[in-house]
Design a protein around this ligand. Structure first.
Ligand code: ZN
Length: 682
């Protein structure tokens, strides 16, 4: 492709991807499948890598993977981000309204009633329409710089939309309307309820702790040192105000909300104007009745005096505006009894204790079960079977046991201990009473088997195309597979007998299964689903040990020599290879003909004995691909620079690792040098 064509294509892809992101996130009306979106996205990434001169700072690809901040720099807010006074009930609001009317000498005041989203306040600064900085509220005066992370939130415009003129067609064709020199949008970063629930489940499955509520999840996701982590979290943004405002056309909160929308921000459709206190309380009541059907969590309403002139007249008091107040919903907390504590088995075998409660209505929703998260939480809160407990819908979403009511104990309550055996397969479980994550390590546990099959066949593991959730269910129902290794014994006849499977697609699936035998060692390690071992750790393990046999024989001390493998991960890997069943499975996979070592480990390679560290962004290939290349040539890839590092490959925007390499006198090479060494085409 020549550079003219590439430029056109890049520009087209950038605008198409932005449009699809808008359709998906703003309108909930996606036009294309996620997979097609991903394909366009990857095409853009590749083209921008080949023609970096056409990559722009606001490209959709820049929403992920910018250089991680080492820590959060401080940002001084131009205009302090004030906190609000609270009204806990109607009478406190009426008192507020009376103070406002008295101060202004008015009979009635026009307000705007906005839902109070349970998230994290944020300021996003645009210069000449381009996003340049984002920061947390902090203490109101000084916040934290979270620019790279906020860029990954698809609701947040990278560039403000220009305002459209209501002029005769043709008149302004050549002149695009000006964008404000400075625009400081403020609003709430939040995580919608359903993705929050899903994310928590995934975290529990991976043996990580769950977030208590969507607000914590949003805050935790935004304050990540690696923007790629933030990008992977389902965050959204609602704008509701600005910092400094230079536009004299904007005279009220309603004008301002309209302007925010015109600039491309999400503004809540639940916002309502209200003439006088009675209408405010009506609107508040309506919000309360809509609350449970909303896709995100709100904990009340924010009521603002609409007119900016009146706002100025009222002023502020001790960092709170006199013209606004937060009207809070009453807490949703009830008392009930813990009848039993049961244990659920998650995807990777994590055991989660769950309280079975005497059914109780909390905030209009019948609650029968509540997660107790883990044994440590149970101990910390001292929750016992038979206790009267307070239950709340945490972040008002997931029912949570807040605390036992000690005064109601009669001595018949019993202390809960984690079971010795998995409730699904009755195999012994791994865990100690003082540990957070308990798990069933039996790879053939029925509760985990289906999920194992799906994980094993997934793209980043064995990459068996055609073996997804539906096919896994069909195969398990038909009794074709009982163990992971059974996948390799499947025949075209068996598969084509399954529901609506033709010979042709059955043959395709068998071919995909056959091809998966040659997947690299790292993929196989990932596919085994060792708890706490994800794709990255699997790659590190593959490059360090070279074969599955060596990994299986490694002591926890050996394992801890691997970059980023701490004591907990090391123990998890070690335990995995102590299980007879797991070793049997591996043996069966070996007999099925799977590659169980790095190709280079078998015959040596040009990079044998050499270790590489990548820093900055590469232009010609992704870091993953570069890592695979090193490993395929017998070398090792490490995440940090040490005296033992052979080469640091510095891409653009290389940061601290480059400095460290210079300090230690480690050889620094460019991406092109690296490709030449690897004998790869530049
Ligand atoms: Zn089990």
């Amino acid at each position: 492709m020549d550079s003219g064509k590439a430029s056109d294509r890049i520009r087209w892809l950038q605008s198409e991807l932005s449009r699809h992101a808008r359709l998906y996130y703003e309108k909930d009306q996606p036009e294309i499948e996620d997979a097609d979106y991903d394909a366009l996205f990857r095409e853009l990434q590749d083209l921008e890598a080949r023609f970096p001169e056409f990559s722009t700072p606001d490209s959709p690809t820049r929403r992920v993977g910018s250089a991680p901040a080492r820590q959060f720099a401080q940002v001084v807010h131009n205009v302090p981000m004030l906190s609000l006074q609270n009204a806990m009930d109607d009478s406190e609001f009426l008192a507020f309204d009376e103070r406002v009317r008295k101060a202004l000498g008015l009979q009635s005041v026009d307000y705007v009633v906005e839902p109070k989203i349970d998230g994290l306040s944020c300021e996003i600064v645009y210069r000449d329409g381009v996003l340049v900085q984002a920061s947390t509220r902090g203490d109101g005066q000084v916040g934290e710089d979270i620019t790279a992370n906020v860029r990954t939130i698809k609701d947040v415009p990278q560039r403000l939309k220009a305002l459209s003129f209501n002029a005769e067609p043709g008149l302004f064709d050549e002149v695009s309307p000006p964008l404000p020199e400075l625009f400081e949008a403020r609003g709430e970063i939040y995580m919608p309820t359903e993705p929050f629930r899903q994310m928590n489940q995934e975290r529990l499955d991976a043996g990580m702790s769950a977030f208590a509520n969507p607000r914590n999840a949003a805050a935790g996701s935004v304050r990540q040192l690696d923007p790629a982590v933030t990008a992977s979290r389902p965050l959204r943004f609602f704008a509701y105000t600005v910092g400094r405002l230079d536009d004299r056309e904007i005279l009220s909160q309603r004008d301002l909300l309209r302007r925010l929308r015109e600039h491309g921000f999400q503004v809540s459709s639940l916002i309502r104007p209200a003439r006088g206190a009675a209408e405010v309380l009506d609107a508040f009541k309506r919000l309360g009745s809509e609350r449970d059907s909303l896709p995100f969590e709100i904990d009340g309403a924010v009521v603002k005096v609409d007119s900016f002139e009146l706002q100025r007249e009222l002023g502020e008091i001790s960092r709170s505006p006199r013209w606004a107040i937060a009207l809070k919903f009453p807490p949703r907390r009830e008392k009930t009894v813990v009848n039993r504590i049961v244990v659920q088995v998650g995807r990777t075998g994590v055991l989660t204790p769950v309280a079975e409660l005497e059914p109780v209505k909390v905030g209009g929703v019948m609650v029968r079960r509540a997660t107790l998260h883990n044994i440590q939480e149970i101990r910390r809160k001292d929750i016992r079977i038979g206790d009267v407990v307070e239950v709340q819908r945490a972040g008002d979403v997931i029912p949570e046991v807040v605390r036992p009511v000690i005064s109601e104990r009669d001595g018949n309550e019993t202390i809960f201990n984690m079971p010795d055996r998995c409730p699904s397969c009755l195999e012994p479980v791994a865990g100690r009473q003082d540990e957070i994550a308990w798990r069933c390590t039996n790879i053939s546990c029925p509760a985990q088997f289906r999920e194992h099959v799906i994980h094993f066949a997934s793209k980043r593991a064995m990459d068996i195309e055609g073996l997804g959730e539906r096919m896994a269910d069909l195969m398990i129902e038909a009794g074709l597979i009982h163990e992971i290794s059974d996948i390799y014994a499947l025949t075209v006849t068996q598969i084509s007998a399954l529901d609506r499977m033709g010979d042709k697609s059955a043959a395709k699936l068998v071919a995909a299964i056959e091809a998966s035998k040659r997947r690299p060692l790292a993929a196989l390690i990932n596919a085994l689903g060792i708890s706490l071992v994800g794709e990255t750790t699997a790659r590190d393990l593959a490059s360090n040990f070279g074969s599955l046999a060596a990994l299986a024989a490694a002591s926890t001390e050996d394992l801890r020599q691997v970059q980023d493998v701490g004591p907990i991960v090391a123990t998890s890997i070690f335990d995995f290879f102590q299980s007879r069943r797991n070793l049997d499975l591996i043996e069966r996979l070996r007999q099925a003909g799977l590659t169980m070592m790095n190709e280079s480990a078998a015959g040596g390679g040009p990079f044998e004995g050499k270790s590489f560290v990548f820093t900055g962004s590469l232009q010609k290939m992704t870091r993953d691909k570069a890592s695979d290349l090193v490993i395929s040539l017998g070398g090792k890839v490490s995440g940090s620079v040490s005296r033992g590092t052979s080469f640091v490959v510095a891409g653009s925007d290389a940061g601290s690792k480059l400095a460290k390499a210079r300090e230690l006198g480690v050889a620094v090479i460019s991406e092109l040098d690296f490709l030449a060494m690897a004998g790869a085409d530049a």
